[in-house]
Design a protein around this ligand. Structure first.
Ligand code: UDP
Ligand code: G50
Length: 444
């Protein structure tokens, strides 16, 4: 990209949760690389420690970025009927979106466009439309999920109704109302940026591009795979040191992302399953949705008996780990994942077979992308996270199947190769970025 793009000033409006923040910052680095000036809108108070730390490290590493702090009017979780603190924050921002207007219009130099998180779309578009500011979406999930989102409440024939998050089947939930409103506002946006790429989601991306799915769908820019920033590296070295001493492809890595807690009962079954599999394992345990509330020590979560059994087979942590670095270790041969979209793309990039165990939200639909690609399994029969207890024995058997499957290993190697090819330039797909900048210029 030439410096002729240097006069673009872009505002970024992420939503809460690491799964939303990380892709924003990865995209931000790409935009800086292409000589854009950036304003990052941060929403306070920040929900998790992981987000607070990442935002401050990021802003120190990129002093040229302007931070604009946004403090929405707090919502009462009881009145809003929302228990998940991250979803509560989405709703809080949505209801205070009108307060973004002065913040946006006072930006200097004036903004060229804004990139809004998918969860905030319908509330922000009315603000930016009044200001005649072009607005792009960062869709933080899969193109497959986007195909559902774009025609909701209809369901494309490619998606089984059972794969929809249970919350979306309840038309009275505020989540479903927001999802619907956001979907309905899609046609007013200038484009959709997504962390995906053709070889990962060919069918869905083609369907979206064909225009057959939804009338008036703005252009979709598959900019993936997004790569992590150097500043995301963290200093928790124990897992990496432990992995260094393990045999090649012998370890199963277990992590359910940044905001999915499991019941103690299920955690213990999973622990037993890992032991029964006979494989070595690196397990990130999360028993609380928000990291600040995580219990000290693992004894209380796992119980003494299980802790003893685990001793010789695996390493268990309940802190933030450097997932990208872990996936890049030779010793890692499989990944048990909830299939948050960032984790899926990271597994694809590293060529690690996935045992997909969706817990909620878009995760089942994301896991189907892996299964269709032949590089992992989607455990539909294990049900959604909270309403089903999966026994250790069954988990152990599936881990054996994952770790021994040669065909999946081959498919993984293939997807990894194309993913690496795509990201060769170091910051996403160059061709797609060029088209995006062209579209931006035209929308000014
Ligand atoms: N992640 C990490 N260390 C952890 C937990 C998560 O680096 O201990 C990263 C992971 O690599 C991914 C993101 O956090 O980039 C989680 O996003 P994802 O979409 O997979 O799931 P979510 O947390 O949104 O459910
Ligand atoms: C969480 C969840 C359900 C769910 C999703 C979650 C997504 C992601 C995209 O992240 O599908 C999305 C979220 C909210 C929204 C529009 C799109 O209003 O519990 O479906």
């Amino acid at each position: 990209m030439s410096s002729s793009d240097g006069n673009l000033h872009v505002a970024l409006l992420p939503s809460s949760g690491m799964g939303h923040l990380l892709p924003y910052l990865r995209l931000a680095a790409s935009l800086i690389h292409h000589q854009c000036s950036l304003t990052l809108i941060t929403t306070h108070p920040i929900v998790s420690s992981a987000e607070s730390q990442l935002i401050s490290t990021f802003l120190s590493a990129f002093p040229q970025i302007t931070q604009k702090k946004f403090t929405p009017i707090p919502l009462d979780p009881v009145a809003a009927n929302i228990t998940d603190p991250f979803q509560l924050q989405w709703e809080t921002i949505r209801q205070s979106a009108h307060l973004l207007s002065p913040l946006i219009s006072s930006s200097s130099p004036p903004l060229s466009f804004i990139i809004t998180d998918v969860t905030l779309m319908s509330s922000v578009i009315s603000v930016t439309a009044k200001l005649c500011l072009p607005n792009y979406i960062l869709f933080t999930s899969s193109a497959r999920m986007l195909s559902l989102f774009s025609c909701f409440p209809s369901i494309p024939s490619s998606i089984p109704k059972e794969s929809l998050p249970p919350i979306l089947l309840d038309s009275n939930s505020s989540f479903t109302k927001n999802f619907s409103d956001n979907s309905g506002s899609l046609k007013h946006f200038n484009g959709v940026l997504i962390n995906s790429f053709e070889e990962l989601e060919k069918e869905s991306l083609e369907m979206l591009a064909s225009g057959n799915l939804t009338k008036g769908l703005p252009p979709v820019f598959p900019l993936g795979p997004f790569l992590p920033l150097e500043l995301e590296r963290i200093s928790l070295l124990a897992p990496l040191k432990w992995l260094e001493n393990q045999e090649e492809s012998s370890v199963v890595y277990v992590c359910f992302g940044s905001r999915t807690a499991m019941s103690k009962e299920q955690i213990r079954e999973l622990g037993n399953g890992l032991v029964l599999s006979g494989c070595k394992f690196l397990w990130v345990v999360k028993s609380k949705v928000v990291d600040k509330e995580e219990e000290d020590g693992l004894d209380g979560i796992l119980g003494h008996q299980l802790m003893k059994k685990i001793e010789n087979n695996g390493l268990v942590v309940n802190e933030w780990v450097d997932q990208w670095e872990i996936l890049s270790q030779k010793a890692v041969g499989g990944f048990i994942s909830h299939c948050g979209w960032n984790s899926v793309v990271e597994a694809a990039w590293h060529g690690i077979p996935v045992l997909g165990w969706p817990q909620n939200g878009d995760q089942m639909i994301n896991a189907e992308v892996i299964e269709a690609g032949g590089w992992g399994l989607c455990m539909k029969s294990w049900g959604w996270g909270s309403n089903h207890l999966v026994k250790g024995m069954e988990i152990g058997d599936k881990i054996k199947e994952l770790m021994g499957n040669q065909r999946m290993k081959m498919e993984c190697a293939r997807i990894s190769e194309v993913a690496k090819q795509r990201s060769k330039a170091g910051d996403g797909c160059e061709d797609v970025l060029k088209t995006l900048f062209q579209s931006l210029k035209e929308s000014r």
